[in-house]
Ligand binder design. Structure first.
Ligand SMILES: CC(C)(COP(=O)(O)OP(=O)(O)OC[C@H]1O[C@@H](n2cnc3c(N)ncnc32)[C@H](O)[C@@H]1OP(=O)(O)O)[C@@H](O)C(=O)NCCC(=O)NCCS
Length: 205
């Protein structure tokens, strides 16, 4: 059964950590629908870190990214309806949705294999950033992906003006496997880690 409280937490932390990102601008209903797709996808992973103050952060992703994005495209009407509120409040968001539809509905990652997991989103509440929550979430994500049979975990992040986040993944053992132009003017780094190697080298805290 769907955990509504957990979805609310994820939407709230996403909006706080990514205030200017296009998915946030499409509104909380859209975010909720997107993360619901992750939960309902049979090989989806959505993990949260909680403290006395509530939810401190979350990580989401899925095995077999090609199958997940097919699933997402099948749900495009629901996703578009969920974005409607945000578009009515500010019609210019329709342009954002059109410009970014490919990013929502298709991975930038070259990950055709079912035994690959894509870490699609990670966010920590800004007030607790830098205190180890993000690292714990990545450790847990890799362990969960491996438990479901993933041999490697891949992700993308901006190559430019994003040194702290690139450092974050490199420090955790990810290797940058390529840098590519996702769309004109937007360079992304693709990172990968072999799940078996990670579990030999790291002891999740
Ligand atoms: C990136 C993010 C998930 C890292 O989680 P975190 O809990 O802050 O990171 P941790 O405390 O586990 O690790 C800290 C390390 O990450 C780096 N880092 C990246 N972003 C940071 C931030 N906003 N604040 C503090 N450290 C950050 C630091 O350089 C630090 O490395 P160091 O210990 O060698 O100095 C989190 O800061 C965040 O949600 N940022 C905004 C959303 C985002 O950019 N997500 C990634 C999109 S690909």
């Amino acid at each position: 059964m769907e955990d509504r409280g957990r979805l609310d937490d994820v939407v709230e932390v996403h909006a706080a950590a990514f205030p200017r990102f296009f998915m946030t601008q499409l509104g909380p209903r859209f975010l909720r629908e997107y993360y619901r797709c992750v939960i309902q996808y049979p090989r989806g992973i959505l993990l949260t870190e909680d403290s006395g103050q509530g939810c401190d952060g979350f990580v989401s992703g899925f095995l077999d990214p090609a199958a997940f994005y097919r699933d997402l495209r099948n749900r495009r009407v629901r996703l578009a309806l969920a974005a409607l509120g945000g578009v009515i409040v500010r019609p210019s968001r329709l342009l954002i949705l059109r410009a970014n539809y490919g990013r929502v509905a298709g991975s930038a990652v070259q990950a055709g294999e079912p035994r690959t997991a894509e870490l699609s989103s990670i966010a920590v509440r800004p007030s607790v950033a830098g205190s180890g929550v993000g690292s714990r979430l990545v450790h847990r994500f890799i362990a969960a992906a491996r438990a479901q049979g993933a041999e490697r975990v891949v992700l993308t992040t901006d190559a430019a003006d994003n040194a702290a986040v690139n450092h974050f993944y490199q420090r955790l053992g990810f290797t940058c496997v390529r840098t590519f132009e996702a769309r004109p003017g937007r360079m992304l780094n693709e990172y990968a880690i072999v799940t078996s190697r990670f579990e030999r080298c790291e002891t999740p805290s």
